[in-house]
Design a protein around this ligand. Structure first.
Ligand SMILES: [Zn+2]
Length: 281
């Protein structure tokens, strides 16, 4: 999954807040620091923190500018962050042409923790999509954890799969299927929602070359995505962390299910084939 060297990257689809002190804006002063500590201890939400800081910008607009560093696909070949931007651009180019009224979703790079429309989040939760602010949040260190802690082989296409999965949640939010996802268990609504996002990731992969951002995908790269899907399966993670598997507490689906639905999306290239809600899982 290599970005075409001549592709023009749109850094406007990404916010880079790495090194910004956990999403707390500089300038809060002593009162701000106290409020932040109270916030962290009290488990409040971001809107309360904004109030506590008396109008100070929280999680504000201060960002690193990547527009010079990440201009083309050639930059994506030498920098991980530019490569992720290329994936984001390709994924949104595809869905923009597929979903009527598609609305761009910003991906935010952060380190440590960040305030979002879904409250304060730390890197520990992994990459996530926040429906209220239409945002995707990722600490790029997750990709190291994917290999060191979750045992995946890793690789660029593993990263692309993760990003495309999160954008799958964005598509669900836009077309109105997000709300149908709650309830744990191997055949529960949460698993069905997650498997649909995996399927959507596969659908994008099948159209990725057509977006103009990517060179043809190799079998090795498909293997990286399937390997990542296996590594983040609930059964695999439960085995690693608890030493036992409890399907009734699954939220994302088994390794086999996640690979299967990514594959369905990839093979069909058809979002309507991703009807995990009526499928017999
Ligand atoms: Zn998900």
């Amino acid at each position: 999954m290599t970005i075409r060297p001549d592709a023009r990257l749109d850094t406007g689809q990404v916010r880079d807040r790495r090194g910004m002190g956990g999403g707390i804006a500089v300038g809060g002063g002593i009162a701000g620091i106290i409020a932040v500590v109270m916030f962290l201890m009290g488990g409040g939400d971001a809107s309360q923190l904004v109030g506590a800081l008396n109008g100070e910008t929280v999680g504000g607009q201060q960002t690193n500018d990547l527009s010079q560093e990440c201009q083309t696909g050639a930059d994506a070949a030498s920098r991980d962050d530019c490569r992720i931007i290329g994936y984001v651009n390709s994924i949104q180019a595809y869905w923009g042409g597929e979903v009527a009224g598609y609305r761009l979703a910003t991906t935010t790079f952060f380190e440590g923790g960040i305030n979002t429309g879904c409250g304060y989040a730390t890197s520990a939760v992994g990459p996530f999509y926040c429906p209220p602010d239409f945002g995707i949040y990722i600490d790029l260190g997750f990709f190291d954890a994917l290999t060191t802690r979750l045992g995946a082989e890793g690789g660029p296409f593993a990263e692309a799969y993760i990003i495309a999965h999160e954008y799958g949640h964005h598509v669900q939010n836009l077309v109105g299927t997000t709300g149908s996802g709650s309830g744990a268990g191997a055949e529960g609504a949460s698993v069905r929602t997650e498997l649909q996002a995996d399927c959507y990731a596969g659908v994008w992969a099948s159209h990725a070359v057509g977006t103009g951002f990517l060179q043809p995908i190799t079998q090795d790269q498909i293997g990286q995505a399937l390997d990542a899907a296996e590594a983040v399966g609930d059964d695999r993670i439960q085995e690693r962390t608890q030493g036992q598997v409890n399907p009734e507490t699954w939220t994302h689906g088994s390794s086999e299910q996640r690979q299967e639905w990514f594959r369905i999306g990839l093979d069909t290239g058809d979002p309507t084939a991703c009807d995990t809600f009526s499928a017999d899982l």
